[in-house]
Design a protein around this ligand. Structure first.
Ligand SMILES: Nc1ncnc2c1ncn2[C@@H]1O[C@H](COP(=O)(O)OP(=O)(O)OP(=O)(O)O)[C@@H](O)[C@H]1O
Ligand SMILES: [Mg+2]
Length: 335
């Protein structure tokens, strides 16, 4: 339902041209949560801002439900924007207005009558579980609550698409989880499509269906969340994923510190459920030392995880153990 073709965005000043988006094409299906990850400056925010023309694309086309967004005049653009909500890292609430007024604002803009506004705001307050805060000001509520107000405001006009630019980056883990659950229910309840910029691995894993990796204004890889994390196609994606902040830092091992070979094993749903480590320990002549592990449940119910192990034994035995793991469909990386 969202089709972006050959999108280019250049920023010009008197002397230079900066190509922030460099010939990007992708499609997002209805009801999908599409993640965008990449280093700072890669062009993620610019790309997302082009989708509702907060940023005017230099060239290329953006089609939403068959309507080309590029060609819309001012009036039609304002109308189209109603169907695209947006939330940000710093919430962007109106500090002089109450929670109620913040959520009512976009409805007033579109000229909804007072009674309908009241009903809609109440519905949204209920959805984000903030009925008791409706008369509070943003300064009187927590970060997680502010983001819930921002979500209620963004969803009040019942948009088809929600753009989320690092919406959980400023939140602690408990609030992050609450916001993610809310976004997941929005997809189900309002049949929404979400485009989600994030630098948090667990956020991408828990909510996204597919992920695009951006670098220097280009999408270098797009795949299911499972494939992006388990078997990225490019070295650049792989090294980027390793640099994500929630790869647990205290679990970075230096192979020099170990006698045996250090292996990182990646599991997916099929492999995570089989007793692979048990088989390895029973059948291999190596000593197996478990160092760290992690398993995540993905949005579609699948699981994805890794295990770092030390294998000690003769080179032939280590080779045989790696072979056995690979045959079981485990992705093995020698560290
Ligand atoms: N209004 C602007 N004028 C000029 N250059 C801009 C403007 N907005 C963004 N840029 C440049 O475009 C490039 C992409 O910026 P963008 O904000 O899209 O990156 P990002 O991937 O969202 O980064 P971050 O993760 O830090 O938010 C950067 O080099 C940035 O400096
Ligand atoms: Mg950004």
């Amino acid at each position: 339902m969202i089709k972006v073709k050959n999108l280019v965005k250049e920023f010009r000043n008197d002397t230079d041209v900066l190509r922030a988006i460099d010939d990007v094409s992708f499609e997002v299906n209805k009801g999908e949560v599409f993640g965008i990850i990449g280093l700072s400056g890669a062009g993620k925010s610019t790309l997302v801002r082009c989708l509702n023309r907060l940023e005017e694309p230099t060239s290329g086309t953006i089609e939403i439900d068959g309507v080309c967004i590029n060609d819309l005049d001012k009036k039609s653009l304002l109308e189209a924007r109603r169907s695209i909500g947006m939330i940000f890292q710093n919430f962007n609430l109106f500090n002089q207005s109450t929670v109620y007024e913040n959520i009512a604002y976009p409805l007033e803009i579109i000229g909804m009558d007072k009674k309908e506004i009241e009903e809609t705001v109440e519905e949204m307050l209920d959805f984000v579980d903030l009925k008791d805060k409706k008369n509070s000001y943003p300064s009187e509520i927590s970060g997680g609550q502010k983001q819930r107000v921002a979500i209620a405001r963004a969803l009040a006009t019942k948009p088809k698409i929600l753009l989320s630019d690092e919406s959980t980056s400023a939140l602690d883990p408990a609030n992050t989880e609450q916001i993610l659950n809310l976004l997941k229910s929005s997809v189900e309840r309002y049949n929404m499509t979400i485009i989600m910029i994030t630098h948090q691995m667990e956020v991408a894993k828990s909510i996204c269906d597919r992920i695009a990796v951006m670098e220097d204004g280009r999408i270098i890889e797009t795949d299911t969340v499972e494939n992006i994390f388990k078997s990225p196609k490019t070295e650049r994606t792989k090294s980027f994923i390793k640099s994500l902040p929630d790869v647990l830092e205290d679990e970075v091992f230096d192979p020099e510190d170990f006698k045996g070979k250090l292996l990182r094993l990646s599991f997916d749903s099929s492999t995570a459920k089989r007793p692979i480590m048990n088989d390895l320990i029973k059948t291999s002549n190596c000593t197996v030392n478990l160092l760290s592990g992690n398993i995540n449940r993905l949005r579609n119910g699948d699981v994805s995880g890794y295990l770092t192990i030390e294998l000690d034994g003769s080179p032939e035995d280590i080779e045989a153990a790696i072979d056995a793991l690979t045959r079981q469909n485990v992705v093995v990386e020698v560290l």
